[in-house]
Design a protein around this ligand. Structure first.
Ligand code: NAD
Length: 396
């Protein structure tokens, strides 16, 4: 892009999350970025912006006007989920770069179409996804160990992520949450996009089949808040993904095993999270082939990588702004100071495909494959059925 001092950001949707980024950009937390415009359809949010930013930031009541204003180089999309691909496409059409908050959309069909459109028609525009957890020291370390082949061939990846506790009051506040029409799902589409992305990112392989139970437990909502899913990957590994928003206390434990050992990431919050890596002295298949001892077991090496709390804390200080770090990365890429976006919009398809497959398997009561004929159309049709049903049969 043409050389300029700062990348000008516009934020579409200044609710809870968008207002956070607006505040950070306005406070100068990205030295290469500046907030020039915001937009929200809600009058109270616009009043908040006018009061907070004065005349330094232009406030719009519709995103097309913001996009036409020539005031922004990038828009950050922070509206409810269904609008993400729609607004992204409009922005690209108007030659504005896009950083979309998670999830990329509600269903893969819409996301794939926009990703394809961008690739074919707007290859010069940057089109990112705000996958802030990819910048976490712990997940980056896990990815580096896997990519370096330390785990060997992967055998299994199991994530129990049940510490997203949300009481009824959260869903009862009204608005778009907890409905098929407003949100497009429950825990899978709202809380879990980061984990679903990391699950597929760390496995480094395509999901080939999914069998799942998705239920609503103990809340007056239409969407799922309790999921148990199993899956297979193209690389031969299997996976288990368990998630909920109603268990207390919840668990966050990710276990990845391979021929070379096992990695466990655990902790209930950022301050006590740790990664432990136990490396086998001999790859497990090799050990089994050569061992002659009845009930013999492979020895693990003394090399265990472990992030003790003080190291985590140190990492966290650097990570302090996981989200602003993604914005800084976007500005840097725009200014040719960094090569790669933390997350490309198209990569949003990986976690979303898993999410859609979990829903579909639970709805149809059978194992599904994202590669089966008509997967995307069937998902879309089944989702529409739930939206229709909700109109007359809503429990929310
Ligand atoms: N990356 C993260 O860690 C993270 C964390 C929380 C939320 N999020 C994501 O942020 C997004 C917003 O979530 P939230 O909690 O801020 O919701 P919210 O309801 O607080 O805010 C959404 C805002 O968008 C506005 N809006 C709706 N349609 C609009 C339109 N067409 N044009 C302009 N504004 C519009 C609403 O009036 C509202 O103010 C969601 O996609 C959510 O998943 C991301």
């Amino acid at each position: 892009m043409a050389k300029q001092n700062k990348i000008r950001y516009g934020i579409i949707g200044i609710g809870k999350q968008g207002s956070r980024y607006a505040g950070q950009l306005f406070a100068g937390m990205d030295k290469n970025g500046v907030l020039t415009a915001v937009c929200d359809i809600a009058e109270d949010r616009r009043a908040w912006a006018t009061q907070k930013f004065g005349d330094k930031v232009k406030v719009f009541d519709n995103y097309e006007a913001l996009l036409d204003s020539k005031l922004v180089d990038v828009v950050l999309i922070d509206t409810p989920h269904y609008a993400h691909p729609v607004i992204a496409k409009t922005a690209l059409d108007k030659d504005v770069n896009v950083l979309c908050d998670k999830p990329a959309g509600v269903y893969t069909k819409a996301v794939r179409e926009v990703a394809q459109y961008a690739k074919e028609n707007k290859p010069n525009l940057k089109f990112g996804l705000l996958y802030n957890q990819r910048t976490s020291k712990i997940y980056k370390a896990a990815k580096a160990l896997i990519d370096a082949g330390e785990l060997g061939n992967l055998k299994r990846i199991v994530w129990i992520i049940t510490n997203w506790y949300r009481p009824q009051a959260y869903y009862s506040q009204g608005g778009w949450r907890g409905t098929w029409a407003g949100e497009g799902g429950g825990v899978l589409i709202n809380q879990d996009p980061h984990q679903l992305d990391l699950f597929t990112w760390l496995a480094g392989s395509k999901i080939t089949s999914v069998n799942a139970i998705a239920r609503t437990v103990g809340r007056q909502i239409n969407v799922e808040n309790d999921v148990t899913a199993t899956c297979t990957f193209e690389n031969g590994a299997t996976g288990v993904f368990i998630t909920s928003t109603h268990e207390a206390p919840g668990t966050n434990r990710l276990e990845i095993s391979g021929d070379g050992g096992k990695m466990v990431i655990s902790g209930s919050n950022d301050f006590n999270m740790k990664l432990e890596f136990t490396k086998l002295e001999t790859l497990e298949p090799e050990f089994s082939k050569t061992n002659t001892v009845f009930m013999g077991k492979p020895k693990s090496s003394k090399k265990t990588v472990k992030f003790m709390p003080h190291e985590v804390l140190k990492g966290l200080l650097a990570d302090k702004g996981q989200h602003i770090n993604v914005i800084r990365n976007f500005s840097n890429v725009m200014l040719d100071k960094e090569d790669k976006l933390v997350g490309n919009y198209e990569e949003g398809l990986n976690g979303l495909t898993f999410s859609n497959a979990i829903h579909l398997s639970a709805w149809l009561g059978r194992t599904v494959s994202p590669q089966e004929d008509g997967f995307e159309d069937t998902y879309y049709e089944e989702l529409q059925k739930r939206i229709e049903e909700e109109k007359t049969n809503s429990v929310k």
